[in-house]
Write a protein that binds this ligand. Structure first.
Ligand SMILES: [Zn+2]
Length: 168
Protein backbone atom coordinates (compact mmCIF):
# COMPACT_ATOMS: atom_id res chain seq x y z
CA UNK A 1 0.00 0.00 0.00
CA UNK A 2 1.43 3.40 -0.91
CA UNK A 3 1.95 5.93 1.80
CA UNK A 4 -0.94 8.33 2.01
CA UNK A 5 -0.05 11.94 1.14
CA UNK A 6 -0.50 14.21 4.12
CA UNK A 7 0.86 17.47 5.54
CA UNK A 8 1.05 15.91 8.99
CA UNK A 9 4.60 15.78 10.39
CA UNK A 10 4.95 12.58 12.38
CA UNK A 11 7.48 12.03 15.19
CA UNK A 12 10.81 10.63 13.95
CA UNK A 13 12.24 7.33 15.11
CA UNK A 14 12.96 3.86 13.79
CA UNK A 15 11.50 1.76 16.57
CA UNK A 16 7.99 2.03 17.92
CA UNK A 17 7.46 1.76 21.66
CA UNK A 18 3.86 0.61 21.21
CA UNK A 19 4.82 -2.18 18.81
CA UNK A 20 7.41 -3.25 21.41
CA UNK A 21 4.74 -3.31 24.15
CA UNK A 22 2.28 -5.23 21.99
CA UNK A 23 4.88 -7.84 21.01
CA UNK A 24 6.11 -8.19 24.59
CA UNK A 25 9.61 -7.00 23.70
CA UNK A 26 9.21 -4.36 26.42
CA UNK A 27 7.04 -4.80 29.53
CA UNK A 28 3.81 -2.81 29.80
CA UNK A 29 0.39 -3.43 31.30
CA UNK A 30 -2.00 -4.73 28.61
CA UNK A 31 -5.57 -4.62 29.92
CA UNK A 32 -7.14 -6.40 26.98
CA UNK A 33 -6.42 -7.54 23.44
CA UNK A 34 -8.74 -8.03 20.45
CA UNK A 35 -8.23 -9.10 16.84
CA UNK A 36 -7.52 -5.52 15.72
CA UNK A 37 -7.14 -3.44 18.87
CA UNK A 38 -5.36 -3.46 22.24
CA UNK A 39 -5.96 -1.44 25.41
CA UNK A 40 -3.01 -0.53 27.64
CA UNK A 41 -2.69 1.09 31.08
CA UNK A 42 -0.35 4.03 30.53
CA UNK A 43 2.54 4.69 32.91
CA UNK A 44 1.79 8.42 32.62
CA UNK A 45 -1.54 8.61 34.42
CA UNK A 46 -3.05 12.00 33.49
CA UNK A 47 -6.44 11.09 34.89
CA UNK A 48 -7.92 8.25 36.91
CA UNK A 49 -7.75 4.84 35.26
CA UNK A 50 -5.97 6.40 32.24
CA UNK A 51 -6.00 3.91 29.31
CA UNK A 52 -4.59 3.91 25.78
CA UNK A 53 -6.63 2.38 22.94
CA UNK A 54 -4.57 1.52 19.84
CA UNK A 55 -4.66 -0.64 16.72
CA UNK A 56 -2.47 -3.76 16.77
CA UNK A 57 -1.17 -2.80 13.32
CA UNK A 58 1.46 -0.05 13.24
CA UNK A 59 -0.83 2.79 12.11
CA UNK A 60 1.12 6.09 12.19
CA UNK A 61 -1.87 8.40 12.73
CA UNK A 62 -5.66 8.58 12.62
CA UNK A 63 -5.40 9.52 8.95
CA UNK A 64 -3.91 6.10 8.18
CA UNK A 65 -6.61 3.98 9.83
CA UNK A 66 -8.59 1.44 7.77
CA UNK A 67 -12.40 1.43 7.97
CA UNK A 68 -12.64 -1.90 9.80
CA UNK A 69 -10.02 -0.79 12.30
CA UNK A 70 -11.87 2.48 12.84
CA UNK A 71 -15.04 0.58 13.74
CA UNK A 72 -13.16 -1.71 16.15
CA UNK A 73 -11.38 1.28 17.68
CA UNK A 74 -14.61 3.16 18.39
CA UNK A 75 -16.20 0.14 20.05
CA UNK A 76 -13.07 -0.35 22.17
CA UNK A 77 -13.03 3.36 23.06
CA UNK A 78 -16.62 3.16 24.24
CA UNK A 79 -15.85 0.05 26.28
CA UNK A 80 -12.70 1.63 27.77
CA UNK A 81 -14.88 4.52 28.96
CA UNK A 82 -17.46 2.06 30.36
CA UNK A 83 -14.69 0.14 32.15
CA UNK A 84 -13.28 3.29 33.77
CA UNK A 85 -16.76 4.45 34.73
CA UNK A 86 -17.58 1.10 36.33
CA UNK A 87 -14.29 0.79 38.23
CA UNK A 88 -13.72 4.37 39.39
CA UNK A 89 -17.12 6.12 39.16
CA UNK A 90 -15.67 9.49 38.15
CA UNK A 91 -18.01 12.39 37.27
CA UNK A 92 -16.28 12.75 33.87
CA UNK A 93 -14.36 10.59 31.37
CA UNK A 94 -12.07 12.43 28.90
CA UNK A 95 -11.01 11.08 25.49
CA UNK A 96 -8.24 12.70 23.42
CA UNK A 97 -5.94 11.90 20.51
CA UNK A 98 -3.09 13.79 18.76
CA UNK A 99 -1.80 13.66 15.15
CA UNK A 100 1.57 15.17 14.28
CA UNK A 101 4.34 16.67 16.39
CA UNK A 102 2.60 20.07 16.29
CA UNK A 103 -0.38 18.42 17.98
CA UNK A 104 1.94 16.85 20.60
CA UNK A 105 1.98 13.36 19.12
CA UNK A 106 5.05 11.70 20.69
CA UNK A 107 4.89 8.13 19.33
CA UNK A 108 4.05 7.50 15.65
CA UNK A 109 1.53 4.73 16.39
CA UNK A 110 -2.07 5.88 16.64
CA UNK A 111 -3.44 5.87 20.19
CA UNK A 112 -6.44 7.36 21.92
CA UNK A 113 -6.30 8.41 25.56
CA UNK A 114 -9.27 7.60 27.82
CA UNK A 115 -9.19 8.77 31.44
CA UNK A 116 -11.50 9.47 34.34
CA UNK A 117 -11.38 13.06 35.56
CA UNK A 118 -9.26 14.10 38.54
CA UNK A 119 -10.73 15.25 41.86
CA UNK A 120 -10.36 18.91 40.80
CA UNK A 121 -11.92 18.15 37.40
CA UNK A 122 -10.25 17.62 34.02
CA UNK A 123 -6.99 15.80 33.37
CA UNK A 124 -3.31 16.73 33.99
CA UNK A 125 -1.33 17.84 30.91
CA UNK A 126 1.71 18.90 32.93
CA UNK A 127 4.51 16.73 34.28
CA UNK A 128 3.23 13.52 35.82
CA UNK A 129 5.37 10.80 37.40
CA UNK A 130 6.16 7.73 35.29
CA UNK A 131 4.70 4.79 37.19
CA UNK A 132 6.31 1.36 37.35
CA UNK A 133 4.70 -1.52 35.45
CA UNK A 134 3.92 -3.03 38.87
CA UNK A 135 1.91 0.10 39.67
CA UNK A 136 0.03 0.05 36.34
CA UNK A 137 -0.65 -3.67 36.90
CA UNK A 138 -2.48 -2.67 40.09
CA UNK A 139 -4.62 -0.22 38.07
CA UNK A 140 -5.22 -2.92 35.45
CA UNK A 141 -6.27 -5.36 38.16
CA UNK A 142 -8.84 -2.88 39.43
CA UNK A 143 -10.21 -2.38 35.90
CA UNK A 144 -10.02 -5.96 34.58
CA UNK A 145 -13.21 -7.33 36.11
CA UNK A 146 -15.26 -4.47 34.58
CA UNK A 147 -14.22 -4.93 30.94
CA UNK A 148 -17.38 -5.65 28.87
CA UNK A 149 -17.31 -9.03 27.16
CA UNK A 150 -17.18 -8.94 23.39
CA UNK A 151 -16.16 -12.37 22.09
CA UNK A 152 -16.93 -11.55 18.43
CA UNK A 153 -14.04 -9.05 18.45
CA UNK A 154 -11.68 -11.68 19.85
CA UNK A 155 -11.51 -9.69 23.09
CA UNK A 156 -9.37 -11.32 25.77
CA UNK A 157 -8.80 -9.62 29.11
CA UNK A 158 -5.23 -10.13 30.37
CA UNK A 159 -5.55 -13.16 32.63
CA UNK A 160 -2.44 -12.14 34.60
CA UNK A 161 -4.42 -9.15 35.83
CA UNK A 162 -7.56 -11.08 36.72
CA UNK A 163 -5.74 -13.97 38.40
CA UNK A 164 -3.19 -12.05 40.42
CA UNK A 165 -3.93 -10.96 43.92
CA UNK A 166 -2.91 -7.35 43.70
CA UNK A 167 -3.68 -4.59 46.17
CA UNK A 168 -6.75 -2.52 45.31
ZN1 LIG B 1 3.95 0.74 16.21
Amino acid sequence: MSRRESAIELPEGDDCAFCDYLSGRRPYTVLWREDQVAVLVTREQRGIGHLLVLPNRHVPSLLHLFDGEAEAMMVALRDAAITIDSAYKRPGVAVWQNNGVAAHQAIPHLHFHVAGTLPGGGTDFGDVPELSVDATDVIGHRLASFVPQRPHSGRRVNSELTNQTLPE
